[in-house]
Design a protein around this ligand. Structure first.
Ligand SMILES: Cc1ncc(COP(=O)(O)O)c(C=O)c1O
Length: 397
């Protein structure tokens, strides 16, 4: 049997691969440099163009571009009116921001368990978490796969809860043929560089509700308006603006907007390549009993942001850490998405205890993310598959 590099064998890869990477071309660079030479670096026409583009991509009526996905979640939670005494249900298998947005508002994040096959929040567990204090659900399209929106929307309707869809991973995904972004009360996006399209840093909230949109506009820019109809003391003074509400400076710059508009023009290309890579991995790994392949719900036509390799640990003689290190020694720099949010020491200090979501905790012990990004070549993908197969053969009990 071929030895893995960590045990003295020769590594397959001479150039390492990371789990995610942006793709920037000459068009993106031109978009940024043109903007730098233009009259506006912030609050200009590119933000409007970006918001219109995101509406077209998502099918939403309204969009507010913001500085990052965390800011998007924060203003979405504020727009709902979440505050002290409220509870917000979310998944533990996510980036901390999905839960932190409740903390920012003085509310309590409540963690529902995941489905052990799709890794998304389990609608039955959402139901079990609802109390009279529940105000909203933050449902995360983890890895890019849409959550079970029909079921979750029905639960939210029944209990008068607002649904915020955290689509940081899922731009380009469709649910029952409709693009993510117009299917929840509000949908939040992140455009961090490992995501399918990037602004360097960036985010957005989309919604079909005029009322929520008006709140989001104020919240993302100091609560200040130039719209007379929204002023308490409107005047004719041309300089006059009024802080009519509560707000932050969560604006995106024109430079970021220009980059993102250019990236969005390649979304279909990016999405198609990601689907090809996922299909190659799935084909190879579904034949290996020591691995569990993420189950796709039929409603989701997924643009995958992350590819999760899940070990069936009972069939292997190694720990996840040993497998992770062995991948690294072969030049595959993996990452783990994610440790359950409530395992973070800060959440521990708030009183959250281990054992809360058994499926999420089991998931966390068995997973790592494989390289998945537009510019991976077929040879790169074949190398990853070869290395995974080699390690599985080596570590099989
Ligand atoms: C699921 C999820 N939600 C929210 C965020 C926050 O986005 P940002 O990093 O743009 O603030 C991320 C970022 O990685 C994420 O993965």
């Amino acid at each position: 049997m071929e030895k893995p590099a960590i045990c003295g064998g020769a590594p397959v890869r001479t150039t390492p691969l990371s789990y995610g990477r942006q793709f920037i071309d000459a068009q993106d660079i031109r978009a940024v440099t043109d903007t730098l030479k233009s009259d506006y670096l912030t609050c200009g026409p590119r933000i409007t163009q970006l918001e219109e583009t995101l509406c077209a991509v998502t099918g939403a009526k309204y969009c507010v571009a913001v500085s990052n996905g965390t800011a998007a979640l924060h203003i979405a939670a504020l727009a709902v009116g979440i505050g002290p005494g409220d509870e917000v249900i979310t998944t533990p298998i996510t980036f901390a921001a999905s839960a932190n947005c409740a903390l920012y508002c003085g509310a309590k994040p409540v963690f529902a368990d995941i489905n052990p096959e799709t890794y998304n929040i389990d609608p039955a567990s959402i139901r079990a978490c609802i109390t009279p204090r529940t105000k909203a659900v933050v449902a995360v399209d983890f890895t890019g796969q849409a959550v079970e929106l029909d079921e979750i929307r029905a639960i939210c309707r029944e209990h008068h809860l607002t649904l915020i869809e955290d689509a940081a991973h899922s731009i380009g995904t469709r649910y029952n043929g409709r693009p993510i972004g117009s299917l929840a009360d509000m949908t939040t996006f992140s455009f961090h560089p490992v995501k399918t399209v990037t602004a360097g840093e960036g985010g957005a909230v989309t919604t079909n509700s005029r009322e929520l949109y008006d709140k989001l506009v104020l919240l993302h820019a100091h609560g200040i308006t130039r719209d007379r109809s929204r002023m308490v003391h409107p005047t004719d003074d041309p300089w006059y603006n009024e802080q009519a509400g509560y707000g932050y400076n969560y604006r995106l710059t024109e430079i970021q907007a220009a980059l993102l508009i250019s990236q969005l023009s390649k979304l279909e290309l990016f999405s198609a390549r990601r689907k090809e890579i996922v299909a190659r991995y799935d084909d190879a790994f579904s034949q290996i009993p020591q691995l569990q392949v993420q189950r796709e719900i039929p409603q989701s036509d997924t643009t995958r942001h992350l590819y999760i390799l899940r070990l069936r640990s009972e069939m292997l003689s190694c720990t996840r850490r040993e497998f992770f290190d062995a991948l690294g020694a072969e030049g595959i720099h993996s990452q783990v998405h994610y440790m359950p949010v409530y395992w973070h020491s800060y959440y521990e200090s708030l009183g959250y205890e281990r054992g809360l979501c058994p499926e999420a905790e089991r998931y966390y012990r068995e997973v790592m993310s494989l390289p998945l990004y537009y510019s991976l070549t077929d040879q790169d993908v074949d190398d990853v598959i070869h290395i995974v197969k080699k390690l599985i053969a080596y570590y099989t009990k």
